[in-house]
Design a protein around this ligand. Structure first.
Ligand code: ADP
Ligand code: MG
Length: 446
């Protein structure tokens, strides 16, 4: 097993920026990738998700420009600096990586924020296309940078909404709100319980190391393609299910009434399977929240495994590689395992006692070799801080990691927000006020 997060020194990113653009950047920002602990394909059904941030991070050195020019460079992509005109940004006009950062500029401007250009150099340790949200890390790091540089004073959850809009409209990928919110709002040592309907959120303590457990991420190296095909079909099927059941979104189908709802779907077998996954998955998120909050961390293992069965059998978005990780890890002593992310490849997560980590890792690697699959990448996921930065010119560039964790601590004080992006004054709700949504029985109505 390797620690793949790597450390990106802010100073290195700033130096490369200077080589490219001939001047020091105004600052350096960071935003992480994420793993979703539980709550898969619930986000576009107005349901619950529970991601946590990875130590894997996109880091961007950025300077403000006043002349309408946007220059973009990634050290992870060949092709040099790409220069764009902010006035000419058009949704779905760009099929390259630059669509993600340019989309954020477009979304900010479309929302009325006067962003007049930027020079950007970035690099990332979030593996692309592995289901760990490298795209959201990219969007969020740019959004945080522009928010600071243009003094927009937007909150993390508001920036997340704009990044989602960038990806939905500018890039043209119909993703939910989870990835961007996770990258923007997660805090170290916690998973983020997010209600994707009203964006209220709660930080749930998730410190596995303290309890002698580890969470492994197994990247199958099988690439998924989010913006096309199967994802869109599942999403359309969920919308059809909601329409047939007469609800705004599948989140409104109470768990206690699931059987009756399924019966009403008649011969719509495929829709029935999708509905069953979404409704049971929301209930699993609530169960995991309740278990973690009552200190029964080990007991979340079987809930994760149940989630995998539902994704494999009902939602049908697993693949042989993901199933092999889950089956092998469980046979080798894992407490629980499931695929995570959009599906059809990407990564699985495995919850295990520390003592079993090496055995499980070896078993998975051997099983992949025996099956003739590409060797998986296995690494430990430590719940890490969300986006941060703004190290300024003249500052000690080596200070970024500390800056990032300080921002994580600050964010804890704002750990529940609710409201709409269009609101002038988003509602700030105290943790105690929000409370935990009622568990199961469909009583989580609002
Ligand atoms: P995921 O978000 O699960 O990693 P996506 O398909 O949503 O997968 O996003 C991956 C895309 O994001 C890449 O194809 C690339 O366009 C862009 N991307 C991710 N990381 C980088 C990077 N370091 N530099 C440039 N583009 C990147
Ligand atoms: Mg993505």
């Amino acid at each position: 097993m390797s620690s793949e997060a790597g450390e990106i020194a802010a100073g290195t990113v700033a130096e490369r920026f200077k080589e490219l653009y001939g001047a020091e950047p105004d600052g350096v920002w960071a935003a992480p990738g994420r793993v979703n602990l539980i709550g898969e394909h619930t986000d576009y059904n107005d349901g619950f998700v529970m991601p946590f941030a990875l130590p894997h991070t996109a880091v961007a050195a950025v300077s403000r420009r006043a002349d309408g020019v946007l220059r973009l460079h990634s050290s992870d992509v060949e092709g040099g600096v790409v220069e764009l005109d902010v006035d000419a940004l058009e949704p779905e006009s760009d099929r390259n990586w630059t669509a993600y950062p340019a989309g954020v500029v477009w979304a900010l401007r479309a929302a009325g924020h006067e962003v007049t250009g930027a020079d950007v150099h970035l690099t990332s340790t979030v593996p692309a296309g592995a289901g760990l949200s490298s795209s959201a890390a990219l969007e969020v790091v740019i959004a945080f940078a522009l928010n600071d540089l243009y003094e927009l004073d937007l909150k993390g959850w508001q920036l997340a909404r704009l990044c989602q809009r960038a990806e939905n409209v500018y890039v043209g990928a119909p993703v939910g709100i989870m990835d961007q919110t996770a990258s923007a709002c997660c805090t170290a040592g916690h998973a983020l319980f997010l209600d994707t309907r009203d964006l209220s959120q709660r930080q749930i303590p998730f410190d596995l190391a303290a309890e002698g457990m580890r969470l492994l991420v197994v990247d199958t190296q099988v690439k998924h393609e989010h913006s096309t095909g199967e994802y869109g079909k599942r999403r359309a099927g969920c919308e059809k299910g909601a329409a047939l059941l007469g609800v705004d979104a599948l989140r409104d189908v109470p768990y206690a009434e699931l059987d009756a709802a399924l019966a009403r779907l008649g011969d719509e077998e495929e829709v029935r399977r999708l509905v069953r996954h979404v409704v049971t998955e929301d209930e699993r998120v609530e169960r995991v929240v309740a278990l973690l909050e009552s200190g029964e961390t080990r007991a979340i293992g079987p809930v994760l495994t149940e989630g995998h069965a539902s994704l494999r059998d009902d939602f049908r978005i697993s693949c042989p590689e993901l199933d092999l990780v889950v089956d092998t890890a469980l046979s080798a002593g894992a407490l629980g395992a499931r695929m995570t992310g959009g599906g059809f490849g990407g990564s699985a997560i495995v919850l295990a006692d520390v003592a079993d980590v090496d055995t499980i890792t070896k078993a998975v690697e051997e099983a992949f070799a025996a099956a003739g699959f590409t060797a998986p990448r296995v690494f430990e996921a430590v719940p890490s801080a969300g986006a941060a930065g703004g190290v300024r010119l003249g500052a000690d560039w080596s200070a970024l990691p500390a800056q990032r964790s300080r921002a994580g601590l600050t964010a804890v004080q704002f750990d529940v927000v609710a409201g709409d992006l269009d609101d002038d004054r988003p509602e700030q709700v105290g943790v105690a006020q929000l409370g935990c949504p009622a568990r199961v029985n469909g009583s989580r109505s609002r």
